[in-house]
Design a binder for this molecule. Structure first.
Ligand code: ADP
Ligand code: MG
Length: 622
């Protein structure tokens, strides 16, 4: 007998599972059945594609037995692919998946939050330790002679020794702790299997003693009975009319490892040139790994009901990576390799049609169920914007789906709504980017737009700055940023030119004073209450963008200087016209620049200098 230690991460995970999931103990049955089903999928695949296994007779099944006398054990057995010694060490003693590691690093220590995360993630085999004093796995790998026994109490390590096994497959025996005793019960097992595992495509049999009673109700004996618990049909293949909302919800929870119902489902049977079924779901909450580069794809591929892969990112465009579900094709060969999958016409067609369907469903949701759509947007607005960046074919639809914040409405606004509300002769759609929502909403750049009652979209999402310039136009209206040097058509005024002419000498003096700090100083046409603001030259990256680029390692980037605009109607600026003291003009010039930076949420370049100049001016004023 060999003794092994668990990898540190396994011990950590075990600790969390046992301590934060106790309210959902029953899911260990779901997890063990799901593993058995995976093993059967792999075995079935072998028998269909590998010559060495084609001749064997294979009737996939899952069997559950329990100790009725003393409630001490529960056993789940499958005749699937099995595990050899190396597999047992690899699969049950370490955490190989990078997803699990990043999951562990996200744990907050708050039991309630963590159990949600675990729910989303799927706890797997180790969940058995919630109800076990000891877990024993006896397994023989398909194509090998030797069987192996793995045993652990889930504390520090595990033991492995040789074992006798008649056929390939795996038998997991859970030695139940006091908390687990309730699961050594016919009704309990039946209830849990129906709840979580009805959709499993292989029959699940429960073995129990059927009691017999005489007329007076006294027990007169029992017969060993085997009963199939699940309907064992691929749910996605069944006609929609046969399925209830409940059926869909339970199926979703099982495949997505979620505790919540999905936000929506979309079930399609396609016939014609291509024959396939798809069943897609959108989770209520965005998957925890939505923004991880190594996210787990959510769509599984089946061919004629045979599971092919759940690790193929190409089944969906990246921006729809939050979609969960199944694609089952009748037209693909069973032994499709990864390379073939990625360049396969059939699959490309299914994918294209599926994306259209899914986006169409989002449009329907926006129209018919605005409240649910808001929930959806709170979670997935950002991936949809990514779509604008990458999915040119569906650009028009995506433009109708994305939402923005606005100066004219609470909550989320669509471009269509904006257009609807526009002034009769308005020439463009205006937006502001480059900071937090609060900063943007209070930006002096908005003043003239507010005064003219022009709506401005508040784009506070980092991704907006990359995506929105790419949009260019919506319904032939240009999308115009208001923090650029060129002023929007709609706020230009005939009087501006005159004022600019009149203020020329002042502007020159400010420019001389500020020197290298600014790219230019101009008379503003967009200010109302504030004395000054900064804007960017048409093609310069914004402050936020510069920050981002630096964070991404572009340290060599030349400093981008702002353009300072001054408000010709503001008393401070007016007073400068007749001021003879160059020192005062210089102090005011610096203060005008620094305050404009401050309201944009940008750092003041030299705080000590700023305070000194301010105090000089204050002393004069007091
Ligand atoms: P997951 O199922 O998400 O991979 P689990 O913790 O449930 O994670 O299982 C870990 C691994 O152990 C599986 O990926 C599989 O390789 C192996 N395994 C578990 N149960 C079985 C089984 N009944 N038959 C074959 N392999 C199994
Ligand atoms: Mg599993």
């Amino acid at each position: 007998m060999e003794k092994h230690e668990f990898q540190t991460e396994v011990s950590q995970l075990l600790d969390i599972i046992v301590h934060s999931l106790y309210s959902q103990r029953e899911i260990f049955i779901r997890e063990l059945i799901s593993n058995a089903s995976d093993a059967l999928d792999k075995m079935k695949y072998l028998t269909l594609t590998d010559d060495a296994f084609k001749s064997i007779s294979f009737e996939p099944r899952i069997d559950i037995e329990f100790d009725e006398e003393n409630n001490e054990t529960l056993t789940i057995r499958d005749n699937g692919i099995g595990m050899n010694r190396e597999d047992l060490i690899e699969q049950l003693g370490t955490i190989a998946k990078s997803g699990t590691k990043s999951f562990l690093s996200q744990l907050s220590g708050d039991a309630k939050k963590d159990s949600n995360l675990i729910g989303q993630f799927g706890v797997g085999f180790y969940s058995a330790f919630m109800v076990a004093e000891q877990v024993e796995v006896v397994s023989r790998k398909a194509g090998e002679e030797q069987g192996w026994r793995w045993r652990s109490d889930g504390k520090g390590g595990y033991e492995i020794e040789e074992a006798k096994c008649e056929t390939q497959g795996t038998e997991v025996t859970v030695y139940l702790s006091d908390e687990g005793k309730e699961f050594a019960n016919r009704w309990k097992v039946e209830q849990v299997v129906k709840k979580y595992s009805d959709h499993i495509a292989f029959p699940i049999y429960l073995h129990y003693e059927k009691k017999e009673y005489d007329d007076s109700g006294k027990e007169k004996g029992s017969t060993p009975t085997v009963e199939q618990l699940n309907s064992a049909s691929a749910l996605w293949k069944r006609p929609k009319s046969e399925l209830s909302q409940e059926d869909y919800n339970e199926f979703y929870k099982a495949i997505a490892h979620d505790t919540d119902d999905p936000l929506l489902h979309l079930h399609t049977h396609a016939e014609g040139t291509l024959e396939y079924s798809t069943l897609f779901f959108v989770p209520k909450r965005a998957p925890f790994d939505l923004y991880h580069a190594d996210y787990r794809p959510g769509v599984k591929l089946y061919v004629k009901r045979v599971f092919i892969t759940d690790d193929e990112k190409e089944l969906m465009p990246t921006y729809l990576r939050f979609v969960r579900g199944v694609i089952d094709s009748e037209d693909l060969p069973l032994n499709v390799s990864r390379e073939i999958l990625q360049h396969n016409r059939v699959l490309a067609n299914i994918r294209q049609a599926s994306v259209k369907k899914i986006l169409g469903e989002f449009e329907r949701l926006a129209k018919d169920e605005p409240e649910t759509y808001t929930e959806f947007i709170e979670q997935y607005n950002r991936p949809l914007k990514e779509g604008l960046y990458g999915d040119f074919a569906n650009r028009e639809t995506l433009l109708e789906l994305v939402r923005f914040k606005s100066t004219k409405a609470d909550g989320w606004v669509s471009l269509a709504e904006y257009k609807e509300r526009m002034q009769p002769d308005q020439k463009a759609i205006y937006y502001i980017t480059g900071g937090e929502e609060h900063t943007l909403r209070n930006s002096p750049l908005l003043e003239a737009y507010r005064k003219k009652d022009l709506e401005v979209l508040i784009m506070d999402d980092e991704i907006d700055e990359m995506v929105v310039p790419m949009i260019g136009t919506y319904a032939e209206l240009e999308l115009k940023p208001i923090n650029r040097s060129e002023v929007g058509e709609d706020i230009k005024d005939e009087a501006d030119k005159e004022k600019a002419e009149e203020l020329k000498p002042v502007v020159e003096r400010i420019k001389t004073a500020l020197g290298e700090r600014v790219k230019d100083v101009r008379v503003s046409a967009r200010l109302d209450e504030s004395p000054s603001c900064i804007v960017l030259d048409e093609n310069d990256p914004s402050m936020k963008m510069q920050e981002l680029m630096r964070a991404m390692g572009q340290t060599e980037m030349p400093e981008v200087k702002p353009i300072l605009e001054v408000n010709p109607s503001h008393p401070i600026v007016e007073a400068l016209k007749s001021h003879s003291d160059d020192g005062v003009v210089e102090d005011v010039a610096f203060l005008l620049l620094d305050q404009a930076l401050l309201v944009e949420g940008a750092p003041v370049k030299d705080p000590a200098d700023f305070v000194k100049r301010m105090n000089k001016i204050l002393a004069k004023a007091v």
